[in-house]
Write a protein that binds this ligand. Structure first.
Ligand code: PXG
Length: 459
């Protein structure tokens, strides 16, 4: 492995990589002009555990586990070995035309063994976006086969992130994502989601929860429950700012879905595979979904693989009756990605990583971060397991939004980066989602670094 060394004798030439990148690489969710004016891209070269190194030899603590995905941490040789073995044995074959591979079948069973609510059928895709596109089709096909083709609307929520393709990006409830003609697609509706710190001023948490549930029901009635195929929601809204549900919220959502006979889809792309302290967020919040979306932690991000997972309710209509589902991808169930995901789940099980997050490191992380509540710039700390948001404010009592938005979070984030801690700014909050293998000492380091950096902005 190439390892940059601290004495300046580096195998990577940062400037030449930057130049190539700048000339030829268009980055997602980025403005090329900003990248250039802010000094060019940072070049990440390798990783180990919770750490990354850049081409200058700087060590960075990855407080985001990549993009919410490197659950078992960087540098696990078992996953590299699993990929190499599978590449040699069979690098590719498809799962169309009445074929499978041993590893695609084994992984499906392994996913079924950990999935919530007895969900045990797996449709493979390569990304969370594709899995959510798949979910739109699964839900609509389900109702069509039941003779109810008019049930095609999908109810999503504001601040949701469900992907970036035209379908899943329409489910996403972030307005800036719809700034392209034709989005959101027809028959997708967004109800308000609870966000007590920002939208619940003057309400108790309980009142805010009731308000959000009433709004959801009102949206369904407005669309006409007879036209609704499914509701989709993340157990905890991740990219939207780690928006945790108030107590009772998910019970209420579940009741509304049952009352109107609407399919319930839990997008577990971030929450799945241990992030909230259970295998799935659905378990943390006692949700009984009809479908879950999984990606990211399924392979700890080592290779792209994702899946829609459903149970008897859909299978009895979509698999146990005649009629095809005309949908799939060249790489659905890709054997190398499947081999890596299989080994990843085995490691999560063998090393009891999910249990440790639930019983030990998750509660410790939440408690340590809440110590920051005595800081003059911290208004709220929310989160569960190993995902959290630290909401910054200059008005703890009145919760007046910071003007302009992000004007505090962005410089704090930049200082964190400069001092070796990767975090993300979302509006006025800093968010964290470290690898699930983080230790208590590493949590202590992270929280202290954050506090020291916040201190620079007092006054
Ligand atoms: N659902 C959820 C809940 C996600 O967080 C997706 C679906 C889409 O997955 P793919 O694999 O298509 O990216 C995601 C992805 C961010 C950020 O800024 C988050 C995601 C992707 C890109 C940026 O936090 N999450």
């Amino acid at each position: 492995m190439h390892r940059p060394v601290a004495d300046g004798n580096q195998p990577y030439n940062t400037l030449s990589i930057r130049a190539l990148d700048q000339s030829h690489h268009m980055h997602p969710f980025s403005n090329q002009q900003d990248i250039i004016s802010e000094g060019g891209v940072r070049v990440i070269t390798h990783g180990e555990g919770v750490y990354l190194w850049d081409s200058e030899g700087e060590r960075l603590f990855d407080g985001m586990a990549g993009l919410w995905c490197v659950n078992i941490g960087y540098g696990r040789k078992e996953l590299a070995d699993a990929a190499a073995r599978q590449m040699e044995e069979l690098p590719y074959y498809n799962t169309f035309f009445r074929t499978t591979t041993p590893v695609a079948a084994e992984l499906a069973a392994e996913i079924a063994s950990v999935s919530p609510n007895n969900l045990d059928r797996v449709f493979y895709t390569n990304s969370g976006s594709e899995a959510n596109d798949t979910n739109i089709r699964l839900a609509r096909l389900y109702w069509k086969r039941l003779g109810r083709p008019e049930r095609k609307a999908i109810i999503s929520r504001q601040n949701a992130y469900h992907g970036s393709s035209i379908g899943s990006g329409s489910l996403t409830g972030l307005n800036f994502m719809h700034d392209i003609a034709g989005m959101p697609i027809a028959d997708v509706h967004h109800a308000p989601a609870p966000f007590w710190w920002r939208d619940g001023r003057g309400q108790t948490l309980e009142e805010h929860c009731i308000w959000a549930l009433d709004e959801l029901e009102a949206t369904i009635r407005h669309v006409g429950a007879e036209n609704v195929a499914a509701f989709i929601g993340e157990p905890v809204q991740g990219a939207g700012g780690v928006l945790t549900p108030p107590p009772g919220y998910w019970r209420g959502v579940q009741e509304i879905c049952r009352k109107y006979d609407i399919l319930l889809i839990c997008d577990e792309v971030v929450c799945g595979f241990g992030r909230t302290g259970h295998w799935f967020g659905s378990q943390t919040y006692a949700i009984e979904p009809d479908i879950i979306t999984t990606a990211k932690g399924l392979s700890s991000g080592y290779l792209p693989i994702a899946a829609s997972v459903f149970g008897d309710r859909l299978a009895s209509v979509l698999m146990d009756r005649p009629g095809p589902m005309n949908h799939g991808f060249t790489y659905s169930g890709h054997p190398v990605a499947a081999a890596v995901a299989l080994e990843n789940i085995r490691i999560l099980k063998r090393e009891r990583i999910v249990e440790r997050v639930g019983e030990e490191t998750g509660p410790y992380f939440q408690a340590k971060l809440r110590e920051l509540l005595d800081h003059p710039l911290v208004g709220e700390v929310r989160g569960v397991g190993l995902m959290a948001a630290v909401e910054l404010t200059r008005d703890k009592e009145g919760r007046t939004p910071i003007e302009p938005v992000s004007s505090l979070a962005t410089p704090v984030r930049d200082l964190c980066f400069k001092t070796g801690l990767i975090t993300r700014g979302v509006r006025d909050s800093l968010i964290f989602s470290p690898p699930l293998v983080i230790s208590k000492d590493e949590i202590d380091w992270l929280v202290k670094r954050l506090r020291d950096n916040l201190d620079q902005f007092i006054g």
